[in-house]
Design a protein around this ligand. Structure first.
Ligand SMILES: [Zn+2]
Length: 134
C-alpha cells in the first residue's frame, strides 16, 4: 500500500514518535505549523472519520487529550489547536485519517479562518438539512 502514514506505522519511514498504544500512533509533522505539531493516526488504514468505529475514534480522542496535556506541561505554550481535514474537499492530502495537534502561543500570528454570516432564513435552511440526517 502506498500510504506514507502506513509506512511510518510499519517503521519503514522514520518518524519522531510522540505516543503509541495498541490502536494509535502519534508523531511529529515534518512540516510543523509550530514546534511540537503532532499528527495522530489510527494504526489501521482508515481514510476518514466516517470509517472509524466509535471505539477507534475514542482511542484517538483519548490519545489526543493525553498528548495535549503533555504539550501544555512540557512545552512553553498556553494552548493548542486540534483539527482534522476530513476528505479531499477539506484539504486532506494523505488518505489515512489524521488529526493535527498544534501547540499555540498568544500572538503566534495564526489567525482564524475567514468568517461570514447567514442571509435571512438561511441558517434554518441548513439546520433543517443537517438535522434530517441525524
Ligand atoms: Zn495508511
Amino acid at each position: 500500500m502506498d500510504c506514507i502514514f502506513c509506512k511510518i506505522i510499519a517503521g519503514d519511514i522514520p518518524s519522531y514518535k510522540v505516543y503509541e498504544d495498541k490502536q494509535v500512533l502519534a508523531f511529529f509533522d515534518i512540516l510543523p505549523i509550530s514546534p511540537g505539531h503532532t499528527i495522530i493516526v489510527p494504526k489501521k488504514h482508515l481514510s476518514d472519520l466516517e470509517d472509524l468505529t466509535n471505539e477507534e475514534f475514542s482511542a484517538i480522542a483519548l490519545a489526543t487529550k493525553k498528548i495535549g496535556k503533555a504539550v501544555l506541561s512540557g512545552l512553553d505554550v498556553k494552548g493548542y489547536s486540534i483539527f482534522l481535514d476530513n476528505k479531499s474537499a477539506a484539504n486532506q492530502h494523505v488518505p489515512h485519517i489524521h488529526f493535527h495537534l498544534v501547540p499555540r502561543k498568544e500572538g503566534d500570528g495564526l489567525e482564524r479562518w475567514p468568517q461570514s454570516g447567514y442571509e435571512q432564513n438561511e441558517a434554518e435552511f441548513f439546520l433543517k438539512k443537517i438535522k434530517a440526517e441525524l
